[in-house]
Design a protein around this ligand. Structure first.
Ligand SMILES: Cc1cc2nc3c(=O)[nH]c(=O)nc-3n(C[C@H](O)[C@H](O)[C@H](O)COP(=O)(O)OP(=O)(O)OC[C@H]3O[C@@H](n4cnc5c(N)ncnc54)[C@H](O)[C@@H]3O)c2cc1C
Length: 369
């Protein structure tokens, strides 16, 4: 499969300053995906249907994602999905990335989830100035998939900070916990965010354990093989040359809200696979409508559109379980795997607004609330 190429700057650069989760304002004029994006989408779908789906049940119970799956992503050029062509990446924008994420999530969510964590680190390494230590150390290596990265930032959305950066000498001292870091042991770098008063310090550091950086693996009811760990920082020293950005929390939050669309692609992939296994049903049109609405959403509409995708995903996977019957619950059946994955996606990459949208749709709160 070809590595996507061709310098294209016709749409908004989705990887601009402060882009942590591939933020993009997608209200830009959209002429549709470029030919190289369409080609990679086709390759991704073939990979998903021909290889990943066949292996997904094994991966689900294996305890970790086999290297050969991650190597397939690298060989297909998929590690460059979030980076510009200048550093060896695809040069795609968010609308071009979404169908690729969806296709791969529908093949094997666990593998796709581990890979998708690469977005933040690779995009941020690429946007550092050429010649800077971070750019030289990571930009090309991450864009080509020669090395892999993960992220440790979702905790900054919590009401109570749990990871702190304190100024110390020529750098920063990290203390606290990053509660969820996926791909631990499979990644070379990790993009970490920590609170410093009302600012966030963003760092790209080696994903290497040390006396001051330890991990505790979490056992999970879904995507357990993603090797997701809780990281403990105990006075971990980070140099200024590993700092990507220091940004006001409120500024970051508004950037973050612009990037909420991306994680919806994972649920679209899981739901779409469930409906493919189920066969034609009215849920097909519901999923298509939810997808179109998510793609077209303005920033303020994103939480509701994400919640709708989640709601369809939960019903699609439950319908599959119900239609299969008892066999659906055996570990040899995709139905239980997809249903567990859909439950996981109800909490992964969420905000309080999206969760409120789920709860309302599930009938657990006042419909007008
Ligand atoms: C398997 C798995 C893997 C993950 N991998 C990663 C990863 O690699 N990197 C990463 O950065 N993140 C990762 N996450 C985190 C993920 O993206 C979500 O942020 C996370 O699942 C939300 O978790 P939470 O509900 O525990 O935390 P939060 O949503 O942060 O909430 C913690 C508590 O605070 C409450 N709360 C949250 N927001 C508010 C609010 N605004 N007002 C009032 N109360 C609030 C919640 O209800 C909850 O009780 C992962 C999560 C899972 C489950």
């Amino acid at each position: 499969m070809a590595h996507a190429g061709g310098a294209r700057h016709r749409r908004l650069n989705a990887l601009g300053r402060g882009d942590i989760t591939a933020r993009a304002s997608l209200t830009a004029v959209s002429p549709g995906p470029a030919p190289d994006a369409i080609a990679l989408q086709r390759d991704a779908q073939q990979l998903a249907d021909g290889v990943l789906f066949e292996r997904a049940l094994d991966v689900d119970t294996a305890g970790e994602v086999p290297e050969r799956n991650l190597d397939l992503f690298r060989d297909a050029g998929l590690y460059g999905l979030w980076t510009p062509t200048e550093v060896g990446g695809c040069g795609f924008d968010e609308l071009e990335r979404l169908p690729i994420l969806e296709a791969l999530a529908g093949g094997c969510l666990t593998t796709a989830f581990v890979w998708a964590q690469h977005g933040g680190g690779s995009a941020n390494a690429a946007r550092m100035p050429a010649g800077s230590p971070l750019h030289e150390r990571w930009a090309q290596a991450l864009a080509t998939g020669a090395q892999r990265s993960g992220v440790a930032f979702a905790h900054v959305l919590r009401p109570e900070p749990c990871l702190f950066a304190e100024r110390s000498g020529g750098g920063w001292n990290l203390r606290g916990v990053a509660p969820f870091v996926t791909g631990w042991g499979h990644i070379d770098a990790v993009l970490v965010a920590a609170h410093e008063a009302d600012r966030l310090v963003w760092m790209l550091i080696p994903a290497t354990e040390a006396p001051t950086l330890t991990s505790r693996r979490l056992r999970l009811a879904a995507v357990d093989s993603s090797v997701t760990a809780e990281l403990h920082f105990d006075g971990h020293v980070v140099g200024d040359d590993e700092v990507v950005e220091i940004i006001d929390y409120s500024d970051w939050l508004s950037f973050y809200r612009q990037g909420l669309r991306t994680n919806g692609a994972l649920m679209l992939g899981v739901a779409s696979r469930a409906l493919k296994l189920f066969g034609p049903s009215p849920l097909d049109a519901e999923l298509d409508a939810a997808r179109s609405a998510l793609y077209a959403a303005e920033v303020d509409e994103m939480p509701e559109r994400r919640a709708q995708v989640g709601y369809v995903g939960i019903r699609a996977t439950s319908a599959l379980v119900s239609s299969v019957g008892g066999r659906a619950i055996t570990l040899a059946h995709h139905a239980q795997r997809l249903a567990r994955e859909a439950l996981f996606l109800l909490v992964q990459g969420q905000t309080a607004d999206i969760r409120a949208g789920h709860l309302r749709r599930l009938g657990a709160t006042d419909p007008d609330g």
